[in-house]
Design a protein around this ligand. Structure first.
Ligand SMILES: [Zn+2]
Length: 369
């Protein structure tokens, strides 16, 4: 509540949308099992769009002006990195496989939820006590997928099975949304549910400000990004958009042990971060840059090489080629349970996507030659 009070007059984010953001972040949405998050998202976006649909693997879409031939997508991804139960020992411990790029280094002593057949089961990543490791170099192991295990209180395989936990059950971390000083938010899986929030807010602003677009707008919350941009690939083929604006997170590079010479110079709180790269359409990017300049939205440009590593690739190279642009939001500590971002970047990224949509028309010249 304090947040909306402080910046009541200027903030794009309302009490209601802030509440949605918190619920949406706190709800687990593991790769391949995103449906509960998609339901929350669809429920929120429904009043702002003309119709909604989902595809066979759970990508959710809100559509405005579905009868228009020219189609524009704004897109984020709905899935969250997680683990799979892979092996259950006779002593009642659980070994895991990655489901997306979960970071093994942060796992020891985390609390998790195993999504079993009988519902949620709490567990922890156990780790040998420091006393049993100190002074014994051989025992000073680093956490790795093959030595990490979960303890849910069961002391036999039978007890685990009785809880409804099975091979293939997904596991997510428990940590949720919180606020830090100076308008910083932390949470699990801001990558990329903050994107789902931002595209929903764009739809809300279009509706509330009674804006009419000269094209069909598809607000897409895609599944399965974290294991290879798969949901976007499927939905791009289905919608066959003419233009796609993708949003995802990118690295704030101001914290220790990150090399700016390699990762570039990006700071939380200093604005959205689009990028140059072969998959990013130059003319569309120029349009975004012009909109930002006109609306006084600061940008932090980056470059990517062969691929953007985001759903942008899936849209750009889908079908016969779809002019695509990536507008990322800076984030600290990606793929940890304390992903951190700045409120101002959220607002400015929403605003940049919104204003870009208001500038774009089916006649916008995107020809390279
Ligand atoms: Zn990710």
């Amino acid at each position: 509540m304090a947040i909306t009070k402080k910046t009541k007059d200027k903030s794009i984010i309302t009490d209601k949308s802030f509440q949605f953001l918190k619920n949406y972040i706190n709800n687990p949405s593991p790769v391949g099992f995103e449906s509960s998050g998609q339901k929350i998202w669809l429920e929120y976006i429904k009043p702002f769009v003309d119709n909604i649909f989902t595809d066979p693997y759970g990508t959710a879409v809100g559509v405005i002006n579905s009868s228009e031939k020219f189609k524009v997508v704004i897109e984020a991804h709905a899935d969250e990195i997680s683990w799979f139960v892979n092996y259950i020992t006779n002593e009642g411990l659980i070994y895991l496989k990655r489901n997306g790029g979960v970071d093994h280094q942060i796992a020891p002593s985390q609390r998790v939820i195993i999504h079993g057949k009988k519902g949620a089961v709490k567990a922890v990543f156990g780790w040998p006590a420091i006393h049993t490791r100190l002074g014994n170099a051989e025992k000073e192991q680093q956490p790795k997928v093959d030595n990490l295990f979960l303890d849910c209180g069961a002391r036999s395989k039978k007890e685990i099975e009785a809880l409804g936990v099975h091979v293939g059950a997904v596991v997510t971390y428990q940590d949720g949304f919180d606020e830090l000083a100076n308008d910083y938010y932390i949470g699990r899986a801001f990558d990329n549910r903050i994107g789902g929030f931002m595209i929903a807010e764009v739809a809300r602003l279009l509706k509330e400000n009674k804006k009419k677009l000269p094209f069909g707008l598809y607000v897409v919350n895609a599944v399965q990004e974290e294991i290879g941009l798969r949901g976007a690939e499927m939905i791009a083929r289905r919608i066959k958009p003419d233009v796609a604006i993708i949003t995802d997170v990118t690295h704030d590079t101001q914290t220790p042990m990150i090399n700016k010479m390699i990762e570039g110079d990006v700071t939380c709180g200093k604005g959205p971060s689009p990028c140059y790269g072969p998959a990013v359409h130059n003319k569309l990017l120029k349009l975004v840059e012009d909109v930002a300049a006109k609306k006084k939205i600061p940008l932090q440009m980056r470059t990517v090489s062969r691929s953007t590593g985001t759903d942008t690739d899936s849209f750009a190279y889908a079908n016969d080629g779809c002019p695509s642009v990536l507008i990322s939001i800076p984030l600290r500590y990606m793929h940890t349970t304390v992903e951190m971002l700045h409120k101002k970047d959220i607002e400015q990224t929403i605003q940049l996507m919104y204003e870009t949509l208001l500038t774009l028309t089916p006649k916008t010249n995107l020809s390279y030659l």
